[in-house]
Design a binder for this molecule. Structure first.
Ligand code: ADP
Ligand code: MG
Length: 684
């Protein structure tokens, strides 16, 4: 019995070698095989009389082989097969390079369909290496829409296509329908069997669109259901129940009035934390939107019930800065804020750990050191992690293991559209701070090319004379690019700047440095000891240097919009008028369009939506860091409407059958289990 789980070895013509090659493409079973969708299609539907065939574009012709194909030796190792083919309109000279078998396969008088590009010169018409099939022995390479697959050296298109054909014939009929009937009907979606057949071998483009829509929906629906069940499972987990408090008591003591968006995020989190369930919430807000205050309010809430909070930052410097900020915010409430970082002396660490164990702090701020094995918390109620995508899943759960189900608040400064956030942070609830505190200055942004270099240097000099500091960001240069490209590597650019500005102090920080050295350079810049800091994107994370008023980004075309926006957020944090200059010599319209979005808006959400539209979701956190399983058909950037519908349908379904226990949902439940099996690491 063959079924969807049968190995691809079952397919005729696939031995061990080819099976291995398929394995490299992630294809092991027949189900994997028929789910290996074409990357694109070639339109071979147009048949033309030879005389009327347009030049230089792929066309099909139906013709008779007019003479006996002959072998021509051009030179050693290079042989051609040549013959003429005719139809009622004219004739064409056909040549095959290094495909000697064509000579024996085709004979004079055969009726053959060819697909290729026609070329004309001197009144003659020719075709080189066209695809061919005899009319009475069709192989599906002409008169059709041809699927083109991603392949590797050991597999060619023909092998993959033939294997898929056999796979579909063997088991398409056994495909389980995991879309519930009513969902399928309500959204006018094709059946699974039709969709799988048609996505590979579409009779026409309309049918292809119908098939694709069904599969995109299916993929997003299954994912949404999977994430939904995870969320449901989690919210049933009981957690520490904190006492309710009126935050007016907290707000009243602050040096400023919280924004409505900050209050909303605080209330949403507080509802979780006082509700008896474990909170797992993402707070997402643009740079400078005041996320720290949200964390502070929740730490206060914890303390009111006698619980301790831990605040984890991704770098030493950020831990340092957060300790200062949070102490200033919380000391007025009599809260004690402690610190634990890797760079503290052994003695300091020992003392800090003893104090943590004894419950002497209401809040501990630190780096990874916070979850070393020998740190024990008295009554840990809340864990806050800043810029979470810098922390691995494992590190986060190590800290969670420290208490009895502490609440978790994750803060991210990468604004992404809500629909996508729900996907990416699948198991987290999301609060969005979509408002900046009043009186923020816009960072004036300009995209310029190399011709501005002299003026730009003049600008750095002028600002330095006023006591301001400058960030210069260079893209990370991959090893293999280094020699031939004129990309500015941080180190080289720092050297150039140092000789351009002998009177100023220039420092450089990049990813290949030891964390300790990196921190030392950063700290010196924070203290104002350096005028110009040249860096790779290591400074992206929220370091606060209020005195920095200029951000220069070299080879700006190399960065995604969201990343540019993050970088720009490093300036304009003090009271000084600030600028961001995007330097790029790239002339492409695409790049210009992207950079001009930066000039026009300072709103992170607008920018991220544009970024999503232009580049797709992979680039928000660098490829494959966003924790989503790989999409086979869905394009999260383009299929947003289907994404919304699929999410709504998933939500409705889970409301009616939270654990997918109804028999009609069994196939869906199995599919989700499968998805989790294959992606245990990627869901974070
Ligand atoms: P981010 O969201 O980037 O972490 P921060 O929490 O660092 O933002 O806040 C940025 C700055 O805005 C800080 O200096 C903070 O004191 C200030 N701030 C936060 N909330 C408000 C508010 N409601 N009104 C005025 N200033 C605020
Ligand atoms: Mg911050």
């Amino acid at each position: 019995m063959t079924d969807l789980n049968t190995s691809v070895r079952y397919i005729k013509g696939i031995g061990e070698k080819k099976a291995q090659a398929f394995g490299k493409l992630g294809v092991f079973s027949l189900y994997d095989l028929i789910s290996y969708f074409p990357a694109r299609y070639e339109d071979r539907t147009q048949f033309c009389p030879i005389a009327a065939a347009p030049e230089g574009e792929g066309v099909c012709i139906r013709a008779l082989v007019a003479d006996t194909p002959r072998l021509v030796r051009v030179r050693r190792g290079m042989e051609l097969v040549k013959f003429r083919a005719v139809d009622e309109s004219g004739s064409v000279d056909i040549t095959y390079f290094n495909q000697n078998y064509v000579k024996d396969y085709l004979s004079r008088g055969d009726s053959v369909c060819f697909f290729g590009k026609i070329e004309r010169s001197g009144g003659r018409c020719s075709m080189v290496n066209p695809a061919y099939e005899k009319e009475d022995k069709p192989r599906g390479v002409t008169g059709c829409i041809l699927p083109i697959y991603r392949m590797n050296a050991a597999l060619n298109q023909r092998t993959i296509r033939d294997a898929v054909r056999q796979g579909l014939d063997a088991c398409a009929g056994q495909l389980p329908e995991f879309l519930p009937e009513d969902v399928r009907e309500r959204n006018a979606l094709a059946r699974a069997c039709y969709a799988y057949e048609t996505i590979h071998f579409p009779p026409d483009f309309d049918a292809l669109a119908i098939a694709r829509r069904r599969l995109v929906f299916e993929e997003l629906f299954v994912l949404a259901c999977a994430l939904g069940t995870m969320r449901a499972e989690r919210t049933r987990e009981s957690g520490i129940r904190l006492e309710r408090r009126d935050f007016a008591a907290f707000y009243g003591v602050l040096p400023f009035t919280p924004t409505a968006a900050q209050k909303r995020a605080i209330e949403e989190a507080a509802a979780d934390m006082t509700g008896g369930f474990v909170m797992n919430r993402l707070v997402q807000g643009d740079v400078g939107s005041g996320k720290t205050l949200v964390a502070a309010a929740l730490c206060w809430l914890c303390r009111e019930s006698g619980y301790v909070s831990a605040f984890m930052a991704p770098t030493e410097i950020l831990a340092e800065q957060h300790t200062a900020t949070l102490t200033a915010l919380l000391a007025p409430f009599g809260m004690r804020v402690g610190k634990l970082t890797g760079s503290m002396t052994a003695k300091e660490k020992r003392e800090a750990k003893a104090a943590i164990r004894a419950g002497e702090f209401d809040l501990v701020v630190g780096t990874h050191a916070l979850f070393s094995e020998d740190v024990e918390y008295a009554r840990l109620g809340l864990i806050v992690t800043d810029e979470q995508h810098r922390f691995g899943v494992r590190q986060r759960s190590a800290l969670i293991g420290k208490g009895e189900g502490p609440h978790v608040l994750v803060m991210s400064a990468t604004p992404i559209p809500r629909t996508l956030a729900l996907m990416i942070y699948g198991d987290l609830d999301v609060s969005i701070i979509d408002e900046l505190p009043p009186g923020r200055q816009k960072v004036d942004t300009f995209a310029v090319d190399e011709s501005y270099r002299t003026r730009l240097n003049g600008f750095i000099r002028k600002l330095a004379a006023e006591g301001r500091q400058t960030f210069v960001v260079c893209p990370k240069v991959e090893e293999d690019e280094e020699t031939q490209s004129d990309l500015k590597s941080a180190e080289e650019h720092a050297k150039a700047l140092a000789s351009e500005f002998p009177e100023l102090s220039v420092a450089c920080v990049h990813g290949r440095m030891k964390p300790k050295d990196k921190d030392a350079v950063m700290a010196a810049f924070v203290r104002g000891e350096t005028d110009i800091l040249v860096a790779t994107t290591v400074i992206e994370v929220g370091v606060d240097v209020p005195n920095a008023a200029l951000m220069i980004i070299e080879n700006a075309e190399r960065f995604g919009l969201s990343q540019l926006h993050q970088l720009r957020g490093r300036v304009g944090r003090g009271g000084f008028k600030s600028w961001c200059i995007l330097v790029s010599d790239n002339k492409s319209e695409d790049v210009k369009a992207r950079l001009s979005i930066m000039e026009k808006t300072n709103n992170g959400f607008t920018i991220s939506e544009e970024d999503l539209r232009l580049r797709g979701p992979g680039d928000f956190f660098g490829s494959r860091q966003h924790g989503l399983p790989e999409m086979h058909v869905a394009d999260l950037g383009a299929d947003t409407q289907v994404l919304k519908t699929a999410q709504e349908e998933a939500k409705a379904l889970l409301a009616a059958d939270p654990e997918l226990q109804l028999p009609e949902h069994a196939a869906l439940r199995d599919r989700i289990a499968e998805l989790f099996r294959n992606n245990t690491d990627s869901f974070n």
